[in-house]
Design a protein around this ligand. Structure first.
Ligand SMILES: *[C@@H]1O[C@H](CO)[C@@H](O)[C@H](O)[C@H]1NC(C)=O
Ligand SMILES: *[C@@H]1O[C@H](CO)[C@@H](O)[C@H](O)[C@H]1NC(C)=O
Length: 403
């Protein structure tokens, strides 16, 4: 372990020495491109938001790579440590699981809560990038990581600056080269968010996808959170196609935008294992999409429900026909299901994905020659089999990839 760290650190120093010799703004992407992942790969993200999921609940056999979310940054650019941190507990749990199960583990760094400030400062400064990369390699060693993903959600925004776009490429280039120089090469991923505020070409303004692509073994297209309670009318969390005319905030539209600037095999379609909820404003309750909504939590859910919770609710309905909570529908345009509840306690709507919509999306990704798919996140799936066979969404994705 120790000697491997020394070798690894020496390799980083070597790579960084070459890179920092190059003058600012010049080509840093020397060397061969990252090899990419095997075709039909499934990335399984794991976040453990609900606090119930334990590492031993994971079924890594369904996944090409399990990606733990999220490593966080310190002010000096290094990865945050400390046994009290939630991401460290997750990594420790997964490390313990590795003594009984074989699987490839990756760490995703960043996420929504990280914002841009620390990424922006670190990516702009050669010494801080070096600190970051050295700390990443420490984590690679400690947790036997086979992959590292940078999930910088909003370069140039949310505390970032215009130079982020170019600095991000430098960061990913250096990190990718350092990871590939390790005795056991480690794969590199980049998350491409399509969150609401980044739409309308803003994703491509913030990310130089074409320059990033050669250095990333995978690029996660985050095909979810496209609509939510912030819209004030019911819509679809992850629509393949839009239910409204002139609306291009769809998975298919965004994929096509990315496919026009990056090789298809590098792109992975991220699909949600959670639903988004709305509180309906009008009474009597209108049936479906496009209904007026108001702010508020449908349950104690902050606008999101795990697939496990959704399928459990539906199961309860089947068991007790007289106390039905939900009426389910399939929207043929967006190719996703939704459900409406209208009880004394609540009037609400949930847009979610089920095995059928997951299969349709995977088929779409395959038709465009994408590298594979990703489930965000597997701990939101019915991992313990409360509604039937465990991991219905993850299984649907995995089997559709093999078709
Ligand atoms: C970065 O900051 C953290 C937290 O303050 C500290 O533990 C770590 O040693 C620092 N790393 C470097 C290389 O300065
Ligand atoms: C989406 O549609 C709007 C209005 O039709 C258009 O202005 C915008 O450029 C489109 N966005 C993309 C990413 O094509």
């Amino acid at each position: 372990m120790f000697s491997r760290t020394v070798v690894a650190t020496a390799a980083v120093a070597l790579v960084l020495a070459c890179v920092t010799d190059v003058t600012e703004g010049a080509e840093v992407g020397l060397g061969s491109p990252a090899p990419g992942l095997a075709p039909r790969s499934l990335l399984c993200y794991i976040a453990s938001w609900n606090g119930k999921f334990r590492a031993q609940d994971l079924n890594p056999d369904l996944c090409t790579m399990t990606v733990a979310c999220y490593g966080r940054l310190e002010e000096n650019g290094s990865l945050r440590e400390g046994s009290g941190q939630e991401e460290i507990r997750l990594l420790e749990g997964l490390k313990a699981l590795k003594t009984t199960k074989r699987f490839d583990l990756a760490l995703s760094i960043g996420g929504w809560a990280e914002g841009s400030e620390r990424f922006s400062a670190m990516a702009a400064d050669p010494a801080m990038r070096r600190t970051f990369i050295e700390s990443v390699i420490k984590f690679v060693d400690r947790y036997d990581l086979k992959g590292v993903e940078v999930s910088w959600i909003a370069p140039t925004r949310r505390g970032g600056k215009p130079t982020d776009r170019a600095n991000f490429v430098t960061l990913v280039t250096e990190l990718s080269r350092a990871l590939r120089a390790l005795p056991t090469p480690v794969r590199m991923g980049v998350a491409l968010p399509v969150i609401n505020e980044n739409l309308e070409n803003k994703v491509l303004e913030a990310f130089d996808v074409t320059a990033l692509a050669p250095h990333a073994d995978w690029m996660l297209v985050q095909g979810y959170d496209l609509h939510g309670h912030w819209d004030f009318f019911t819509d679809v969390n992850a629509p393949l196609y839009s239910v409204r005319p002139n609306d291009n905030v769809t998975v298919s539209h965004l994929l096509k935008a990315f496919l026009s600037v990056a090789p298809s095999q590098r792109l992975f379609l991220g699909m949600p294992a959670f639903g988004r909820t709305w509180v309906l404003a009008d009474s009597p309750v209108p049936g479906g999409l496009g209904a007026r909504t108001e702010l508020g939590a449908l349950f104690s859910d902050a606008g999101m429900l795990s697939y496990q919770q959704i399928c459990q609710d539906f199961k309860k309905d089947e068991d007790d026909e007289d106390e039905r909570q939900w009426s389910k529908s399939w929207d043929p345009v967006s190719k996703t299901p939704y459900a409406v509840t209208n009880t004394r306690e609540r009037r609400g709507f949930v847009s979610y994905d089920d095995p059928q919509s997951i299969r349709i999306k995977v088929k779409f990704a395959q038709d465009f020659g994408m590298g594979g798919a990703a489930l965000f996140t597997v701990d939101n799936d019915d991992y313990s089999g409360l509604c039937g066979t465990p991991y219905p969404l993850t299984r649907a994705a995995q089997s559709a990839l093999q078709d």
